[in-house]
Design a protein around this ligand. Structure first.
Ligand code: PRX
Length: 569
């Protein structure tokens, strides 16, 4: 029996107070995610239950019970307090997926500070803009990444503490750097968790839009109410489950469902901190007897590519429920799951801003492969007309996805950017920036994004950010960045580049530019192809018409460019 039981029954008279009751929370109470994910689980008699099973490079393993994560987060929280970090200060976590990442996250929340997790493969510039925007006070990092922080430190006057978790004493520390070793620190048994309330800020996740710098999505402790219940009803997490969320907590899936959801339910989860390979993943599932697996379409497509024989080498009968998020999950992937694991992948749709799942396929509901399913109970969702912003009642008509912004995990604002936040609302609806249509049975079908943002392997890349970085390359005069179709990642970054005179438009230059972006932004933002072009298509006022280049990549009709020239201004 699944946790949700009957979807149709659950949507009748649904109220979020159901989740509040299970979490023993009442309006006005203290609510702290760090406490809920560790202390409360211990208080419920599960102190000795395994919370985290971690595996790193070379098969290195570590295990933590709920009591261990309670103590570790107390210890980290207490250390941050000793350093002068206060509630609402932003503390960046810039770590690989090592245990300290997960434990720091809880520790930061326990002192009422705001956790700002950033993907550790980010280059100098990506790191810089995010720390600058958040006026981040402290950063928790490791030796291999501290060089990036050092190179941008001068430009970050608010950053007062650089905490290194794996310092081996071999090289001297530099300005503002201190060392913290979880293994050597004295565990802190008694700890005063900061009395955060529902609206106290908790997590700041950066996400990219078409224009402007990345936006800091501000979440609050009350988000737990959504994350707890969606984990329970959609991921169907049950007491004896062994759960694996493959997402990095640099992105929202890795925090909402890679930390908060499972641990607030007292579920054992596994983390694999190595690169992707089909064999490594299957081996991990087999070895840890993973029962519930939450992943992403690009990973699933990569597994499909590795072939069915690879699956057959392993005993994966432990699996009982699979789900996916981040990009369109094609019908073939769902059907393949059924064929090789005996289980379909349940697609879920949501985003950084929504903080928790919005549209999903539920256990016990008929899956229509390729569809995102239906709205989570308590979510008012509609397809709306792109001009009138009125809901479209008929099925089969493409419109904008829209939600009434009234669920607990909805973002509260974009950090220091209220204007852009307000622009996300029209006629009382929150617009996530995607297009979809409904079928006659009320199932949602994803159509595409409503902007130029590139979704590569589930990660949003702003063409603006890549274009800006390209302009800093000495040989680049102008550039336009668009998505290019890709079998596995669905989309990859492609750059059209106009070189400055005197530079050779050759392979060596292409590699040079690619590498430049990889280091400056990240491996994900690096163009997979650079096409040299003499001039870029522009509107009459000189704005680059990415749409023409995009259409060319996707083999779509470009239409009358003379009207486009006016339209895009
Ligand atoms: O375009 C949608 C796509 O990913 C965007 C959100 O990206 P991000 O904020 O990075 O969060 C990703 C993980 C929650 C959405 O606006 N997206 C997400 N899930 C799906 C999807 N597109 C199609 N189908 C999905 N299931």
């Amino acid at each position: 029996m699944s946790n949700i039981g009957s979807y149709n029954e659950r949507i009748k008279n649904f109220d979020w107070s159901l989740s509040e009751k299970e979490l023993e929370y009442k309006e006005g109470d203290i609510i702290n995610i760090g406490w809920y994910c560790s202390d409360r689980i211990c208080n419920m008699g599960k102190a000795d239950k395994l919370a985290l099973k971690w595996e790193g490079l070379g098969g290195k393993e570590k295990q933590y019970t709920f009591n261990d994560i309670r103590l570790a987060s107390n210890t980290i929280g207490s250390h941050l307090r000793d350093l002068g970090i206060k509630n609402e200060d932003r503390v960046c976590i810039f770590l690989d997926r090592i245990p300290e990442l997960y434990l720091s996250f809880l520790g930061i929340l326990k002192i009422g500070a705001i956790a700002q997790p950033l993907f550790s493969a980010f280059g100098d510039e990506s790191l810089h803009v995010r720390l600058e925007n958040a006026e981040t006070k402290a950063i928790i990092t490791q030796r291999k990444h501290v060089g990036k922080v050092r190179r941008i430190l001068e430009k970050l006057p608010y950053l007062t503490n650089i905490i290194i978790v794996d310092h081996d004493g071999k090289k001297p520390l530099k300005e503002k750097e201190t060392v913290f070793s979880l293994e050597e620190a004295t565990p802190v048994e008694e700890f005063n968790v900061f009395p955060t309330k529902a609206e106290s800020p908790s997590v700041l996740h950066y996400t990219s839009g078409t224009t402007g710098q990345p936006k800091g999505v501000k979440h609050v402790h009350y988000s737990l109410i959504s994350q707890y219940l969606t984990s329970k009803w959609v991921l169907d997490l049950q007491e004896d489950d062994i759960y694996w969320c493959t997402a990095d907590p640099g992105w929202v899936t890795g925090t909402s469902y890679g930390i908060i959801g499972p641990w607030s339910l007292g579920i054992t989860q596994c983390v694999l901190d190595t690169g992707f390979s089909a064999d490594a993943w299957y081996k991990f599932i087999e070895k840890n007897k993973i029962t519930m697996w939450y992943s992403a379409p690009t990973a699933i497509r990569s597994l499909m590519k590795a072939g069915d024989d690879t699956v057959k080498k392993y005993d994966l009968s432990c699996l009982r429920h699979l789900a996916s998020v981040g990009e369109p999950l094609n019908a073939e992937a769902v059907i393949w799951g059924e064929k090789v694991f005996g289980l379909p992948f349940y697609d879920t749709y949501w985003q950084t801003e929504t903080g928790s799942m919005m549209l999903t396929n539920f256990p016990e509901m008929k899956i229509k492969p390729g569809s995102m399913g239906k709205a989570f109970p308590g979510i008012t969702a509609a397809i709306i007309n792109a001009k009138t912003y009125e809901p479209i009642a008929e099925s089969g008509i493409i419109g904008l996805i829209a939600f009434k912004p009234d669920w607990p995990a909805m973002m509260r604002t974009y950090w220091n950017n209220e204007k852009t936040y307000n622009e996300k609302f029209k006629n009382g609806w929150y617009l996530p920036g995607d297009k979809a249509k409904l079928d006659e049975d009320g199932y949602w079908w994803f159509v595409g994004r409503d902007d130029d943002v590139i979704n590569t392997g589930g990660h949003l890349i702003s063409p603006f950010e890549v274009e800006s970085a390209l302009l800093e390359h000495e040989a680049v005069a102008e550039s336009a960045v668009v998505a290019k179709p890709d079998d596995v990642n669905m989309e990859v970054v492609k750059a059209f580049v106009v070189l400055k005179p005197g530079n050779n438009a050759d392979d060596e230059m292409e590699l040079n530019i690619m590498n430049f972006i990889r280091k400056k932004l990240s491996p994900l933002a690096m163009p997979q192809e650079i096409e040299y072009i003499k001039s870029l298509p522009k509107t009459r006022s000189g704005k680059i018409m990415r749409r023409i280049l995009h259409a060319q990549e996707w083999g779509e009709e470009i239409g009358d460019t003379s009207t486009l020239e006016d339209e895009e201004d």
